[in-house]
Design a protein around this ligand. Structure first.
Ligand code: 5GP
Length: 201
């Protein structure tokens, strides 16, 4: 029987390692990874259409106003949003669609679909967050401070999430996320056809 698709949102402070986690999810699980639109400048090594769809503020606003985004948010001076058409088509195909988005966007999605799975990722401690942000050397010191301030605000929303994963070791984190998704697939409301089949035969 075809599985019902689902939206899986992974949030966490900048430096929590969620980008790396998402890149390391098991390709055999067939998850669909949503690629966001952003006005942020491309970092060294990032590829347009793979890491993000990079665009101007005007293009972003046009898409937002044409209702092409499932959610959108401003994060440390840049705009980010999730293209709606990809998410809709993958959910219709029964896929678990992974959105790696901030808290503001996650709460917008939950308002629209109460049937989504929200996972919050944090490193073992706040010092580790700073170390990761400084260590990856992708932002200047002002941006790092802004992102750390934002991290403090985002962490206050942990209790709005369904699951908390401490990202200590990448393999374990990936295993935990796989386990969460597997368990979510087994929830009765995602298996209504099987229940009907059981009752009618
Ligand atoms: P970064 O600039 O480090 O790639 O991303 C900054 C923040 O924006 C991260 O918390 C990331 O999860 C979030 N983000 C990335 N794409 C989206 C999106 O489409 N929507 C929202 N709301 N946040 C996003």
């Amino acid at each position: 029987m075809k599985r019902k698709g689902m939206l899986v949102i992974i949030s966490g402070p900048s430096g929590s390692g969620k980008g790396t986690v998402v890149k390391n999810l098991n390709p055999q699980k067939g998850y669909a990874l949503s690629i966001s639109l952003t006005t942020r400048k491309k970092r060294e090594g990032e590829i347009d259409g793979k890491d993000y769809f990079f665009c101007s503020k005007e293009e972003f606003i046009k898409k937002r106003d044409q209702n092409e985004l499932l959610e959108h948010a401003e994060f440390c001076g840049n705009l980010y949003g999730t293209p709606k058409s990809y998410v809709d088509s993958q959910i219709a195909n029964g896929k678990a669609v992974i959105l790696e988005i901030d808290v503001e966007g996650a709460l917008q999605v939950r308002e629209k679909f109460n049937d989504c799975v929200l996972i919050f990722l944090i490193p073992p401690n706040i010092q580790e967050l700073r170390n990761r942000l400084v260590g990856r050397n992708t932002e200047d010191s002002l941006t790092i401070e802004r992102r750390l301030t934002r991290a403090e605000q985002e962490v206050k929303f942990i209790y709005e999430y369904d699951y908390l994963v401490i990202n200590n070791e990448i393999e374990k984190t990936v295993e935990s996320i796989d386990a969460i998704i597997e368990a979510e697939y087994l929830k009765p409301h995602r298996n209504i056809d099987d229940i009907e089949n059981f009752n009618n035969n």
